[in-house]
Design a binder for this molecule. Sequence first.
Ligand code: SF4
Length: 366
Amino acid sequence: MQKNQIMISYGDQSKKMVKELLKEIKVETGLRQNDLIALKPNLINPTKSSQGATTDPEIVAGCIEYFRERGFNNLMIIEGSWVGADTERAFEVCGYKELSQKYDIPLYNLKKDNFIKKSYQQLEIEIAEKALEADYLINFPVLKGHCQTRITCALKNLKGCISDSEKRKFHRHGLHRPIAYLNKLLKQDLIIVDGIYGDLDFEEGGNPVKMNRIIAAQDPVLVDAYAANLMGYSIRDIEYIEIADQIGVGSKDLSSSEIIELNQDRETDITYSSGKIKKLTAKVKAKKACSACYGNLIHALKRIEETGQLDKIAGFIKIGQGYQGEKLFGIGIGSCCSGADGFVKGCPPSARDTLDFLAENYNIRV
Ligand code: SF4
C-alpha cells in the first residue's frame, strides 16, 4: 500500500471485510515473523461498538486471524480508556477479554503501564512503554464526532497510549497541538478505521450512525482529512489535522490521494431509535436507502443544524434505490435520484458534497 492511498470496504461483515482489506494491502510485506505487532482499538468506555463509541472486536479478530494464518504470533492488544473509565471493564464489556482468551493474545491496560517521557517542540508527553515497544502499530479508531475537536479518528486515538495525567494536560493545552505532537513521537504504521457505527457528535457514543464501512490507510493525517470530509467538515475546521500536516506527520492533501473502493454495499438497514437522528431526518423520504449513503446525509444535516438553518429545507429530500428511474420533484441524494430536479452526484456521495449541494439549493450559509 502506498502512503497516498485510502482503501475502503463497504458493508457490516467486519471480520471478512478487514481480512479482504489486509490481503489487498499485503500488510505482511516487510514485516519479520517475530516482530511485535500492537493492536490499538478505541475502548474509550465500557459500551458495545453498536453504541458508536468503541471499536468492533470483530475487526480486531479479523486482523488477528489474518496474521496468525501467515505465521505472525507476536501480537498484543493495548489500550487505556478515557479518564474516569475503567479499562479492564471496557475490555470485558467491549468483547476484548473474550478475544484475548480465544486467541491467547495479551491484553495490556496502558493506564497501568510504565510511561516514558518524550518531547517535541518543548512539549513533554508521557507515552506508554508498551506502545513504544511495538515494531508495528495498528490503530483501530472509530469514525465519530467529538464535542471539542469535531471529529476523532486516527490522530486522536493515540491519546489512549498516554497516562491519565497527560490526558488531562492535553485538555488544558486545547487538545489540537498536543494531539499533533503526540503523533510526531509515536508512529502508527497502519490505520483501520471502524466506520460500521460511529457517534454523530460525541466520542462516548449514544447516537450511533450506521456508516457501513471500514477504511484502511497508512497516513493518519490523510485518513483524518478523509474522515472530516465524510462527516461534512472542511479540513480547516479540524485544527489538529492542519498542525499534523505542517509538522510532517503526514499529508492532508486529498487531491493527491488515491481512493480505492473494494466493493459497493447495498445494505438498507436504516432504523434509527435516537430522537436526535429522527429530528435531523424529519425532512427526508427514504426508499431502500443504503446505510452508507443515509449515514453521510445524516452528517450533512447535522452540520446544517449546527448553523441553525435546518428549517430552510423546504419539501422532502429523497434518497434511496427505490427512486431509481423515477422522475422526482425536488432534491435527491446520490445517483439513484438522478431523476430529481436536482441531485448530488456519487454513490454514495460524501457528507461534504451533500452539504455543499444542500447549502446551494436551500440558500444555507455554512
Ligand atoms: S446512490 Fe443509491 S445505490 Fe448509491 S449508495 Fe446511495 S442509495 Fe445506495
